[in-house]
Every structure is written in structure tokens, then in C-alpha cells.
Write a protein that binds this ligand. Sequence first.
Ligand code: H2B
Length: 248
Amino acid sequence: MIRAATVQARLLLPRSYASQVSMGKIDPPPWEHIIEHLRPAADVPLSVGRAGKGGVPLASRLREAFASWVWAMKVYGLFRSYVSSSLTNGIVSCPTPFHQMDTRGQDENKVLTARGCHTSPESQELADKSCVPCSSKDLHPMSEDSAKKLLEQVNGWELTTEGGILKLHRAWKVKNFLKGLEFFQLVAAIAEAEGHHPDLHLVGWNNVKIDVWTHSVRGLTDNDFILAAKINHLNLEGILSKRANVQK
Ligand SMILES: C[C@H](O)[C@H](O)[C@H]1CNC2=NC(N)=NC(=O)C2=N1
């Protein structure tokens, strides 16, 4: 009975353990602990059919092996989401910082998803800054020349003018409508933290367009480039469509 209880306990532990980990109730276990869980109990001989002397029926062993496999997959998924969210939150720096590459003609999305970030030192510097309150009296709209200089630090964005107002604009193709909303959530977190907000558009179900400008001065300020750089540093793996997003 004890042995059956042990087997049963191990069957239960991986599932409840992983679910508690995925709910953030407990920290993921150290890796060696995981290996320990997955290693079949060496002292229990495999037996076919009914429990022989001291053997455990094959069905129980297979069930345990399957439960361990399911658990390992869950843990791997947790690991991937941990790395991905760490990249998004800047906890894990870019795996290989590299100078801003000209991805025109290539699938920029691959660069984004492969690296989880797309940074040059200047772009990183911009993304590390914080926005100033838009109600500040010292805030004035910048000239188009100044905007063009800063544009080099926000890969993929372009300058547009609408109603005489200079703006930053960028478009992405996302996997589906819900991924578009997920993208908006990531951007919203930045905007709320910075007190500076973009205009978000989700059109034709999978086309995200973002315009950034400073409404209080009806033009572009450093705030807009800081926000654009922070958006560029989001890890959009799993959100962007594999195909498009090739920069024009
Ligand atoms: C009081 C303050 O100006 C407003 O709350 C903020 C909010 N977010 C903003 N975002 C943008 N893009 N422009 C603004 O002028 C602005 N103003």
C-alpha cells in the first residue's frame, strides 16, 4: 500500500505542483529538484501484467511516466514564459546586444522574435529614459530636423504629419485579433507607467498601427521617442505574424 501511495503521491505532485507554479503561488523548483521528480524510482522493478512479487504493474508505470512528461512540458512552458516575460521587463538583458541592423528586405519579425529585442546602444539609452509630465511648461514641439535625427534610434518607426501635427507611426501584423489586444496590453503597461499614451489602432483584425505624439503641445517631444523605443524593446515573440512585418 505504501508503494501505491508513493506512486500516487508522485502522480499528484507534478500536476498540483506545476499548477501552483503557473499560478505564481510558488517559485519554480530548482532544476535538480525537477530531475529528481522525473527520475523513475530505480528501486521499483518494472513488471508486466498483475503486480508480481514487489513489482508495479506496467499500467501504473506508464501512467507515472506520462504524468511526469506532462509535468515536464508544463515546467518547460513556464521556463519559456519566464524568459520571455523577463526580456519584456528588462530583467534579462538581450542575449547578444548588437548594433541596429538594417533589416529592410529581411523578415524583421524573425530578428525581433529570435532575439526578443532589437537594440542599438543609442536605442537602449532612449528606452532607459523616463517621460516627463506632458503638462510641463518646458515642453515644446521639436522641429522636423530634430525628429529626423532621433528617428534613427527608433527602428521601424516613421514620421507622419496629420492636420499639421508631426507624429511617429509604426505598423505591425499580428497573428490574430486577440494577439493584437495582447500587444495593446503590453503597450498600455508602458504608457501608464510613463504617463504618456499612444494612439492604438487594430484594423482588419490583425493589423496594429500605433501613432505617438504629444497632445499637450500638438507635436513631437522626447517623450514620444522614449515611448517608441520602449515599445521597440518589447518581446513580441508569439504575438507577431511569422510572415509579414518585413520593413518597407
Ligand atoms: C495631464 C497630462 O498632460 C495628461 O494626463 C497626459 C496623458 N498622456 C498623454 N499622452 C500623450 N501622448 N500626450 C499628452 O499630452 C498626454 N498628456
